[in-house]
Design a protein around this ligand. Sequence first.
Ligand code: NAG
Ligand code: NAG
Ligand code: NAG
Length: 433
Amino acid sequence: MRALFVALLLSYASGSGKAAGASGAKGNRFVCTAVPAGTDLSCPVETTNRVQSTSPQEEELRNTIIQLRETILQQKETIVSQQGTIKELNSKLARCEADARSRGNARRKDYSKNTMGDLPRDPTETVEQLGKTMQSLKDRLENLEQLRANTTGGMFPNELRDLLKRRLTDLESQLLTRVAELEEEKSQLYNETTAHRQRTENTLNSLLERITELEKSNSAFKSPEDFKVSLPLRTNYLYGRIKKSLPEMYAFTVCMWLKSSASPGIGTPFSYGVPGQANEIVLIEWGNSPMELLVNDKVAQLPLAVSDGRWHHICITWTTRDGFWEAYQDGERLGTGENLAPWHPIKPGGVIILGQEQDIVGGRFDATQAFVGELSHFNMWDRVLRPIDISAMANCSAYMPGNVVPWVDANVEVFGGATKAALEICEDRLFDS
Ligand SMILES: *[C@@H]1O[C@H](CO)[C@@H](O)[C@H](O)[C@H]1NC(C)=O
Ligand SMILES: *[C@@H]1O[C@H](CO)[C@@H](O)[C@H](O)[C@H]1NC(C)=O
Ligand SMILES: *[C@@H]1O[C@H](CO)[C@@H](O)[C@H](O)[C@H]1NC(C)=O
């Protein structure tokens, strides 16, 4: 830029010379020598008396140009350092993303909007800064424009005026190019930052969604017992499993809500198999047979009928004393009997399967014996419950969790397409039609 100015002065000098030559008789000639940049630029050549070589306008023009040049250099530096900042920012974000990903299975963190709190600098601020600097550059350009307008005011001879105008036009277009470049860089910086932010935000959002999803599946129900298991198809692979096993027992009560319209027979609501005895306890309604209770593979037929597609509450009690049993449906005791595996202790450590009959412990299911429908509130006690407790559960005036197997979400696993879903409230089940 300074070189340009020198050239301008030289041209100006020769221009004046020409002007002088045209008017003078002899035609004075000026010898021009190159002036190294940085030397005193008050015109080294003789001046005519018409124009002062160091007029205030020139001085100002010169200062403006020098300032502009410095500004542009500073801008360049600023941009380089800002690019450094952005690189650093990117690597921080990458680390942050990787970090967040590795915590994907952890419990929810408090991801406030301010996750990036440790950034060295807000990228938006950087871009704003750049914008301000550019504005000041434009202001200076306007001043230059003004100066140019002032030169048309007749203070300079025509040729000089034209020359100045041309030079100023050059200067202007150079400045405009630079401003355009800066605009471009600014937009690039901005796009880069925005795009990266967007990516990071997206990653964080999807992480949050996944965590929320995980949390939901852990406690989707109003309370841990307010859910049912759906076994919609007669297969040998849909089933539920109770994680808890049974202790040795000399009596038990098992209750549940169930809903099925399968025929013939609703299948096997549950089975308990132990090593050496796959039919330790089984409740099954198979083919055209009535519902049966098996204890140690001995059979009792129960007078229960529930396959009308409505919710029913059933309870079965059994005690080793004489092998006495009771069968309740919807709070009413519909049948009793004895000699069902008398004096047999229920063996511990087996597997409770919902919806399938086990031929070996935990497996070898038979599709024709599968339960089709919905099950809930499968609870077991190691004692015989009183009729009043059972009818209170069946008419929704009480809920008792089993003392050996309570119905809780965390204690029930589903497999093969069986699902857990929220359970209708008890009154809705009761008057379900
Ligand atoms: C140009 O002239 C106007 C009025 O003549 C003056 O106010 C202004 O400061 C001048 N600008 C420059 C850059 O010399
Ligand atoms: C920045 O993004 C805008 C809009 O998406 C686009 O028009 C512009 O060309 C981009 N600038 C650069 C430098 O990529
Ligand atoms: C529900 O059953 C219990 C126990 O049999 C009884 O005391 C209560 O009155 C019944 N409630 C209703 C609303 O039927």
